[in-house]
Design a protein around this ligand. Structure first.
Ligand code: HBI
Ligand code: FE
Length: 275
């Protein structure tokens, strides 16, 4: 999950290491939390076939963490063998530069705490279900894993160029809320959608939202809201398209973006290819 939080962060940041990682105290999870995890997993799994992209479904089918909160140590050997990625335990949202540095080194930060039962349908900050269920399966996809590493490296550079807002939008409209065109129609690969009960059908079916063909600069000039369903979704044709579009050095893009207006989350402009 991306998005800035101005209220106090929820996690326990007292025992963080220099890179903000902590240990996952798996024994501390209660039976009630494992049960909540099972119910969240079952609810999402019922919705996935109609709305999730094949790359996500293929990866998820090779993993088996439906029964309860997974141990990060259990999945890391499989993930490392697949794409050289690791997940690291963190207390929650990290400062941008810390977050980017982890991604640039093929480490995905996964929050250790689970939401409360009252947050079954919606949560603002990323919890372990959002991070693990939403993000981890696609780390097993080579092209997407390479995109995420390149994104992290771009982020480390962007901080120096005062361009973090542009990159945050790219993350938001791809990694968190991205759609992909498939022969069977639009599907999603976005973790914020895949881990959400309501937004999975909404992102494909809602008439209130716009679905626009992915255009890198268009995405980076588009603002977003962190506490509602999205008003605009951007659709790529493939993960390769996303990787290729973001491979060049972004510095000239930032100059071009500063000359363009920021667009509201629900805006449509003449050059948009609406789906
Ligand atoms: N920290 N743990 C965590 N997870 C995120 O998804 C995350 C973050 N910090 C910042 C952030 N995302 C976004 O601002 C990115 O666009 C950088
Ligand atoms: Fe996320």
């Amino acid at each position: 999950m991306a998005g800035q939080t101005d209220h106090a962060l929820r996690g326990n940041y007292d025992n963080i290491r220099a890179d903000y990682t902590v240990d996952q105290d798996w024994a501390a999870y209660t039976a009630a939390e494992h049960d909540l995890w099972k119910r969240l997993y079952a609810r999402q799994s019922a919705l996935l076939p109609a709305y999730a992209c094949d790359e996500f479904l293929d990866s998820l089918s090779t993993l088996n963490f439906s029964a309860g909160i997974p141990k990060f140590a259990d999945i890391n050997p499989k993930l490392k063998a697949a794409t050289e990625w690791q997940i690291v335990a963190v207390p929650g949202l990290l400062p941008d530069d810390v977050f980017f540095t982890h991604l640039a080194n093929r480490r995905f930060p996964v929050t250790v705490w689970l939401r409360t039962p009252e947050e079954f349908d919606y949560i603002v900050e990323p919890d372990i279900f959002h991070d693990f269920f939403g993000h981890v399966p696609l780390l097993f996809n080579h092209t997407f894993a390479d995109y995420l590493e390149a994104y992290g490296k771009g982020g480390v550079k962007a901080k120096g160029l005062n361009a973090l807002d542009y990159l945050a939008r790219l993350y938001w409209y791809t990694v968190e809320f991205g759609l992909i065109e498939t022969p069977q129609g639009l599907r999603t690969y976005g973790a914020g959608i895949l881990s959400s009960g309501g937004e999975l059908p909404y992102c494909i079916e809602s008439k209130k939202s716009n679905r626009i063909r992915f255009d890198l600069l268009r995405v980076m000039q588009s603002k977003y809201k962190i506490d509602t369903f999205q008003e605009t979704y951007f659709a790529i044709k493939s993960f390769k398209q996303l990787f290729d579009a973001t491979a060049p050095d972004f510095t000239p893009y930032y100059d071009e973006l500063r000359a363009r207006p920021e667009l509201a989350a629900n805006e449509v402009i003449a050059s948009d290819q609406l789906l």
